[in-house]
Design a binder for this molecule. Structure first.
Ligand SMILES: [Zn+2]
Length: 324
């Protein structure tokens, strides 16, 4: 690669496609289409009806016979809320992702009443309300689940679905097409952006990077960001190891989460988007290092996330670890 990074359909050859959303930030996820001999499989839908409709129209331009299967790479709404627009399709995900699949009507309700939900409500509002419309979306959960690994046939093609979570979320999986040398990673890969550790353990995510790097692939479709290759996977792995080690030293020294976040330099990742995710990642790591006993005040966590985001905006996202 690298390719032009803009919203649109990318042909990966031989009936394999990626729908890429610029700029890959909060809620702006990617998707995939595999079309073969009149059958098709979609990897992930998008965050709302408007964005999903635009994508499905582009998919219909290259695949005219209906969509048979949706695979959700994990449970987050920016990869699942468009499921209800793919009428009649089988919806497949891991068992853990199925258990965590969120109800979009709750997101709509939260945004109608965000001021009553403290810093969390304010963060959801300022992050998503302008760009997305969650009204009128119906929950369309999985019709089938699996553990560990399964194989799907689309036309003449064999696709391998493999669970590599818990990492970003509890149920992360990848969709690998060996014959195309393509893998759709979901949010196990953010390209040129800080990842968000919602679940962990971080060691599983590092192992997932190693697994993806070991695949025989040329093109890697990340969950967010431009079309990628293995250099992006290695960079993600480096970030996870670095943040784990930097956080561990400060956890062991007894620093508060806020002090730990303030001390960690992100200079080596200064060109990546969403530096504020360090707030979430330090929180997840403190939780992990404590064996689950570390207490988190959700309102304070999102207060600090908002503050870090605003500080980043002041310096053009070039953050150097000086959070307020
Ligand atoms: Zn995502």
């Amino acid at each position: 690669m690298p390719k032009d990074f803009k919203t649109g359909l990318e042909s990966l050859g031989n009936g394999c496609f990626a729908w890429i959303q610029h700029d890959g930030g909060w809620g702006l996820a990617n998707s995939g289409l595999i079309s073969d001999s009149g059958q098709s499989l979609i990897v992930d839908t998008l965050y709302d009806h408007r964005t999903t409709r635009v994508m499905l129209d582009a998919y219909r331009d290259v695949h005219s016979t209906g969509f048979d299967v949706v695979v959700n790479t994990h449970a987050n709404g920016d990869h699942t809320y468009g499921n209800d627009l793919v009428h009649g399709a089988r919806i497949i995900t891991s068992r853990a992702a199925a258990e965590d699949m969120p109800d979009p009507t709750k997101r709509a309700a939260l945004l109608r009443d965000w001021e009553a939900h403290g810093h969390y409500g304010a963060w959801v509002h300022e992050t998503y309300a302008e760009m997305f419309d969650f009204e009128g979306i119906a929950y369309a959960g999985p019709t089938e689940t699996f553990d560990e690994e399964t194989t799907l046939t689309v036309g003449t093609r064999e696709l391998r679905l493999r669970v590599l979570g818990p990492a970003h979320t509890r149920g992360d999986l990848i969709v690998y097409s060996p014959s195309d040398r393509v893998v759709y990673t979901g949010d196990l890969l953010f390209a040129d952006a800080h990842p968000a550790i919602w679940a962990g353990p971080v060691g599983n995510w590092i192992a997932a990077c190693d697994y993806i790097e070991g695949l025989d692939v040329d093109v890697i479709v990340p969950g967010h960001g431009a079309l990628s290759d293995k250099t992006h996977v290695r960079a993600m792995r480096d970030y996870l190891v670095y943040v784990r080690d930097e956080t561990r030293a400060r956890y062991d020294a007894g620093l508060s989460e806020a002090d730990c976040v303030a001390e960690i330099s992100l200079e080596n990742f200064r060109h990546w988007r969403e530096a504020e995710r360090i707030v979430l990642n330090v929180n997840a790591l403190y939780h992990e290092f404590s064996g689950g006993t570390h207490k988190t005040d959700k309102d304070d966590l999102f207060r600090r996330l908002r503050a870090y985001t605003k500080a980043c905006a002041c310096c053009g996202g070039h953050h150097h670890g000086d959070t307020p």
